[in-house]
Design a protein around this ligand. Structure first.
Ligand code: C2E
Ligand code: MG
Ligand code: MG
Ligand code: MG
Length: 282
């Protein structure tokens, strides 16, 4: 009987795995077919200055429209793009789109910092430096407002290549942000050898502030060390006034989170956040 059960269980698992794999394969082919189309869209989430509460920047986040026309979470999409290598081509389109948008705002006199996420493959296995350089030149944007967000774990995957690429990117005039800081295992002192300008504290640490004693201690010392290393600190996932108050008190310069605004498509972003006279916003 145990044997029969074992066999059944085996069948059950393989069928499940088969379905999972089939879903992934379908998703991947759909992602491939739609490369370069409007089904790849960037949503924009505001970043707010801690002292003035004015919008000082924006993070562009990928939203992909699936075959049913629904938005598929980047949590599903990014790992498939990354594993299949499609992220390199998809990323190129996004970099060009981002620089075009940045240039367009700058021509209107709107000077926002513009953050874009860069994945492992993009940084380590592609001509990222050339791509970014081309996008800057073609769009005519001022690159000092462009921020490339690289996660701590990506830097640690291949320290030598990462350092080499980041130095070249910095030379183009863009700024580098360490994303999701605290979720990896490296120390900030170690990462200080990298040309990084901004540190983003991961939502994981912000989530249960200001109650969790460990996270209070961690965020405090991370902010202090980042400041000693001349980095600006951004807190992500800020949802409550109490979190904002604590983070503000310990010296965090910028906030990003649902308390200030969710990621939205470009027309809505401009309507909600930029449809005010520039004097009033900045
Ligand atoms: P991330 O770069 O850390 O982006 C922040 C994520 O937190 C976003 O999720 C954002 O929607 C979410 N978020 C912001 N504020 C709050 C909040 O107050 N509460 C909660 N619960 N969540 C908040 P999203 O858009 O689902 O993106 C997930 C991750 O996917 C990003 O994390 C980033 O690592 C990756 N990603 C997104 N777009 C791109 C892209 O264009 N290229 C690459 N390579 N990765 C991307
Ligand atoms: Mg990010
Ligand atoms: Mg982040
Ligand atoms: Mg995060």
């Amino acid at each position: 009987q145990a044997k029969a059960e074992g066999r059944n269980r085996f069948c059950f698992y393989t069928r499940e795995m088969g379905l999972e794999t089939a879903k992934q394969v379908n998703l991947e082919s759909s992602l491939r077919q739609s490369l370069g189309s409007a089904r790849y869209e960037l949503y924009y989430q505001p970043k707010v200055d801690a002292t003035t509460h004015h919008i000082c920047g924006v993070e562009a986040l990928l939203r992909w429209h699936n075959d049913k026309g629904e938005i598929q979470s980047p949590m599903d999409v990014i790992p498939i793009l990354e594993r299949s290598g499609l992220i390199i081509e998809a990323g190129e389109h996004m970099i060009h789109q981002a620089c075009e948008q940045l240039a367009q705002w700058q021509r209107k006199g709107l000077y926002l910092n513009f953050a874009l996420n860069i994945s492992a493959r993009q940084l380590l296995n592609s001509n990222l430096v050339e791509t970014v350089q081309r996008a800057i030149l073609q769009s005519g944007c001022n690159p000092s407002y462009l921020e490339l967000e690289i996660t701590e774990s990506v830097i640690m995957t291949d320290v030598k290549t990462a350092l080499d690429k980041l130095i070249k990117l910095e030379a183009l005039g863009v700024r580098i942000a360490i994303d999701d800081f605290g979720t990896g295992y490296s120390s900030l002192a170690y990462l200080s050898r990298f040309p990084t300008h901004i540190l983003k504290i991961d939502r994981e640490f912000v989530k249960d502030l200001p109650w969790n004693k460990d996270n209070i201690a961690i965020t405090r010392s991370v902010v202090e060390l980042a400041h000693n290393l001349n980095m600006r600190v951004v807190a992500e996932g800020v949802e409550y006034d109490s979190q904002e108050a604590f983070l503000s008190q310990i010296g965090v310069e910028e906030f990003q989170g649902y308390l200030f605004g969710k990621p939205v498509p470009i027309p809505l972003f401009e309507k909600l956040y930029l449809n005010v006279s520039p004097e009033a916003v900045f």
